[in-house]
Design a protein. Sequence first.
Length: 73
Amino acid sequence: MLVDSPGVPGYGLGMYISPDELTNQQLQDHMESLREHIDENRYPEGNRYWGNRIKLYEGILKERAESGEYVNH
């Protein structure tokens, strides 16, 4: 994921980060921020993308929980 848009979680990192490399807390923080974008309709053209991103993050957290890897840090 290239993170280079103002207001987007991770803005300014200027690098590619795999969602699999994020901690559980980072995934949850990103999901919260993306939900705010959708709820406040900040970037309407991106709502579908943000929704799909949330589903991806939820899937990663679910996989971690099912495999016993989920550690809340």
